[in-house]
Design a protein around this ligand. Structure first.
Ligand SMILES: CCCCCCCC/C=C/C=C/CC(=O)SCCNC(=O)CCNC(=O)[C@H](O)C(C)(C)COP(=O)(O)OP(=O)(O)OC[C@H]1O[C@@H](n2cnc3c(N)ncnc32)[C@H](O)[C@@H]1OP(=O)(O)O
Length: 279
């Protein structure tokens, strides 16, 4: 894990800043050449649910940024009211085992990349952010959320169990007690409630406000040595990263095994039907 971060920190030092814009079907990346801030935008309508393809593109984009000299990266969504609806339930419902394995591995890899970026990260949460959406924002260093949306790890509401690294991501941000209360009940917090427990760091009026506040967050590091900053981040996050790296295969096997349980499939079926009936 130490090498994961350190090699990247060396590579950014030798590159020069340039205007950059790259858009794949599901992820848009642009770097503002004046501020040096990258904006990574998920764009998979209708709800940015995280399927294999979106996760693969997102991981690739975040890794590419590691070789560029950027001041920081903002993760956000192109959708008006949704940051991300979390994992694509259709990836877990009646899955083919090979696809389920590739899907979960891509989630593990994306989280590892985002949790350990050499550059500072902000989630500009411009809409609802349940489950996997919350996980992505927890992997960022700072969370700014637009008012009147919801965020949280609501896995138990779907009859599924948040894996240890989802739980650790939460516990590294809010208290153990609050995590226990939230995770066991599958609580989704409204923006103002999330601020009160520290799940988010700031609220925003709208997406533009969130982006402006993200820029101010990055400015905190103007007078900070970047290597000292990175090594400190590594010190704080290293244990959690190492645990997933060490237990990656075990975690994958548990996920695939869990999905094959009839009771889990039944729970997902009921949840999917309820989502569709909502309209
Ligand atoms: C013993 C230890 C074992 C450990 C093993 C590991 C266990 C496995 C772990 C898995 C972890 C999973 C984490 C997750 O992320 S699960 C996903 C959780 N997500 C949700 O609960 C969100 C569900 N969606 C919503 O609440 C809403 O859609 C919302 C995001 C608030 C948006 O609302 P709205 O704007 O009103 O949009 P609609 O609800 O009408 O949705 C539009 C269409 O999109 C479909 N949809 C919504 N969310 C998902 C999703 N996550 N995946 C797939 N599809 C989704 C919805 O059904 C609508 O479809 P359609 O138009 O066809 O009706």
């Amino acid at each position: 894990m130490a090498s994961r971060m350190f090699i990247r920190s060396k590579s950014i030092a030798f590159n020069t800043l340039r205007t950059y814009s790259s858009s794949t079907k599901l992820v848009d990346v642009s770097i503002n050449d004046k501020t040096g801030i990258a904006t990574v935008t998920m764009q998979r309508p209708p709800v940015n649910s995280l399927n294999l393809e979106l996760l693969t593109e997102l991981n690739g984009a975040l890794q590419d940024l590691g070789s560029k000299k950027i001041k920081g990266a903002i993760l956000t969504s192109s959708l008006k009211t949704i940051f991300s609806a979390g994992l694509d339930i259709l990836e877990m419902y009646k899955p083919k085992p090979e696809r389920a394995s590739a899907f979960w591995t891509s989630l593990q890899d994306t989280w590892l990349t985002l949790y350990s970026t050499p550059y500072p990260t902000v989630a500009a949460i411009n809409g609802h952010s349940p489950a996997g959406g919350c996980l992505l924002s927890l992997a960022c260093e700072y969370r700014i959320m637009v008012n009147n949306y919801t965020i949280g790890l609501n896995e138990t509401k779907l009859g599924i169990v948040a894996p240890f690294w989802f739980v650790a991501s939460m516990k590294n941000v809010i208290s153990h007690r609050e995590s226990e209360l939230a995770l066991t009940s599958g609580r989704l917090y409204k923006t103002d409630e999330a601020l009160k427990v520290g799940l988010i760091d700031e609220t925003a009026e709208n997406k533009d406000d969130a982006l402006a506040k993200a820029e101010k967050f990055f400015a905190r590091f103007d007078a900070v040595n970047p290597i000292a900053r990175l090594l400190t981040k590594q010190e704080l996050r290293g244990e959690t990263i190492k645990e997933l790296e060490d237990r990656k295969q075990e975690d994958l096997d548990r996920f695939v095994g869990f999905l094959m349980l009839p009771a889990v499939q039944k729970g997902l079926d009921v949840y999917l039907q309820a989502l569709k009936k909502k309209q």
